[in-house]
Design a protein around this ligand. Structure first.
Ligand code: NAD
Length: 539
């Protein structure tokens, strides 16, 4: 093995401890959200202090320091401050090969375990995630820039997903088919082998869990490559699986970007690629996987419609529109960024949405009162601000936000902040309505009839998500039936219980994550025909 295994060592300059209590909120919340908002523990990180020294690669059961790697190290930034928090060394073909072989060795052991035995390890991993919830959430915030409140929910979602698929591990089964003369056939649901997971930067820890949980529940092993923008937390999941009793090599992490990713996709031992990221990269992944006839799961981008009818509960519709646009600084694939509002309620809707958007507290993402942190990188911030400028040029009206923002705290002065933006007077042909912006920018349009809004909502090459607000139950289901989207919401938006499948139609992807159906995407079916009589030979 090329590297040296070391223990986690996070150097923390000026480490401060403090605790914050959130005020009770007046409206109803899902239990997980309430727990995240009412957190009262102590904090060990503060923005501008964390330096990561340890290796972020993990295979053969431990962290691995790379030796003799030719690639130039790339800086990894803390979005809240614009500071470099570590240097990332990309894995080359040799490291990818070691990680895949490590996963292959683990597969031979893991795939033979009973579902109940796999479940036991997974449940222990879930317990360890719960125990380390705050530490994982803090690291996610420092590397990604999202608010600590949201990061806690992401960690909870990762844990719930592992718990859910631990349950599924015990249920894998086939079918018995009766054939003439007492003969019969049966099917066996079997794992695929070594699966590759490639993640985006917006939900780094959660994506690693959403991919690994169904994979290992089915008896596969995994090599995971996080985004080079957010490489820090996937390795914690690797450590946790290992501490929970997983065999060495069950879940491995290799760091790197485009090249490392393609080496993984092309590796002959890899049986499947599960990818979360943009549409253009998804197409490349599919092309690479096709050369080895490997199945793919593709969770890609979106430009989803949210339709608000005149009979909606306006308070809920406004909350829904904010949840559909401003979570994670707007960097959410399923965001409902094309908001169609019935013309008869447009003025009230806009007044309320703009009032609440202006009140969103932007600032240090590690503070509990912060609701919007920093965007993930400077180039990405510039890209999002560029979309706002383009929208203005094309005739949209900026009703609020869309400007760079500098928090009062001087240590945050170089962070990547902007004010959340609501664009009015949008039309279907504008760039802000057609392209995925992946930032806190809501485009609002008015409509008059159901037929018209359906046609406009479906006029997109993407089909990840869609939402409808109405009190008319028949209309709600009729509209949803006719929307071309994989993940739909009625009278809510952007909630993702792990029990239900998530994924897109059209160019937004192939396959699903979460829910029972995901077992099908991480396993294959073997058919066995059993003859109980004599062989009828034609020869
Ligand atoms: P991206 O496509 O740039 O990168 C995603 C990952 O692919 C990264 O790990 C990257 O290093 C890797 N990669 C890039 N080129 C590659 C190649 N040629 N071969 C192999 N790997 C390669 O996406 P991003 O900017 O990290 O994420 C933002 C995008 O992800 C948005 O479009 C968003 O909608 C989408 N996304 C989708 C979902 C979903 O579930 N549908 C979830 C999160 C993000």
């Amino acid at each position: 093995m090329a590297g040296v295994i070391r223990k986690l060592q996070i150097c923390c300059k000026g480490r401060s401890k403090y605790s914050v209590r959130m005020p009770q909120l007046s409206f109803h919340l899902a239990p997980g959200l309430r727990a995240a908002l009412n957190w009262t523990g102590t904090r060990s990180a503060s923005s501008g202090t964390l330096q990561i020294k340890d290796s972020l690669n993990f295979w053969c059961g431990g962290r691995v320091n790379l030796k003799d790697v030719k690639s130039k190290p790339e800086p990894v930034y803390e979005p809240a401050t614009g500071r470099v928090m570590c240097q990332l060394q990309a894995c080359g073909a040799a490291e990818v090969d070691i990680a895949v072989r490590s996963a292959s060795a683990a597969f031979t052991v893991w795939s033979k375990l009973a579902g109940m035995e796999r479940a036991r390890v997974m449940l222990e991993a879930a317990r360890l995630i719960e125990k380390r919830r705050e530490e994982i959430a803090e690291l996610e915030v420092v590397n990604n820039g999202k608010s600590i409140t949201e990061a806690r929910l992401d960690v909870d979602s990762a844990r719930l997903c592992i718990e859910y698929f631990a349950g599924q591990a015990t249920t894998l089964s086939g079918q018995h088919v009766q054939l003439p003369g007492g003969s019969f056939a049966y099917t066996r649901r079997e794992p695929l082998g070594v699966c590759v997971g490639i993640g985006a930067w917006n939900y780094p820890f959660q994506i690693a869990a959403w991919k690994s949980a169904p994979a290992i529940a089915c008896g596969n092993s995994m090599v995971f490559k996080p985004s080079p923008v957010t490489p820090v937390t996937a390795v914690l999941l690797a450590e946790i699986y290992s501490q929970a009793g997983a065999p060495e090599g069950l879940f491995n992490v290799v760091q790197g970007g485009v090249e490392t990713g393609s080496q993984l996709c092309h590796h002959p031992t890899v049986a499947k690629v599960s990818f979360t990221g943009s549409v253009p990269t998804g197409k490349k992944i599919m092309e690479m996987a096709s050369r080895g006839v490997k199945p793919v799961t593709l969770e890609l981008g979106g430009k989803s419609p949210l339709i608000i009818f005149e009979d909606s509960d306006l308070e809920n519709a406004v909350r829904g529109a904010l949840m559909a646009n401003f979570l994670s600084q707007g960097q959410v694939c399923s965001n409902g960024t094309r908001v169609y509002v019935h013309s008869s309620i447009l003025p009230q809707f806009l007044k309320e949405v703009v009032r609440r958007t202006k009140a969103i507290q932007i600032g240090d993402p590690l503070l509990d009162e912060t609701r919007m942190g920093a965007l993930v990188s400077k180039p990405h911030l510039d890209k999002v601000l560029g979309y706002v400028n383009q929208a203005k040029k094309e005739g949209a009206r900026v009703l609020c936000g869309g400007e760079p923002f500098t928090p009062a705290d001087t240590k945050l002065k170089d962070g990547y902040y902007m004010t959340p933006c609501v664009l009015g007077s949008c039309t279907d042909d504008m760039t802000c309505v057609r392209e995925e912006i992946f930032g806190p920018v809501m485009s609002v349009m008015s409509f008059d009839t159901e037929e018209e809004v359906l046609r406009r909502a479906n006029d997109s090459t993407l089909g990840l998500a869609a939402g409808v607000f109405t009190k008319d139950v028949k209309r709600a289901h009729r509209v949803i039936e006719n929307l071309q989207a994989g993940s739909c919401f009625i009278n809510n938006y952007n909630i993702t219980p792990v029990e239900v499948p998530f994924g897109g139609y059209k160019a937004s992807g192939i396959g699903r994550e979460n829910g029972q159906v995901t077992i099908e995407f991480y396993s294959q079916l073997k058919t066995v025909i059993v003859e109980m009589g004599d062989v009828d030979s034609l020869f």
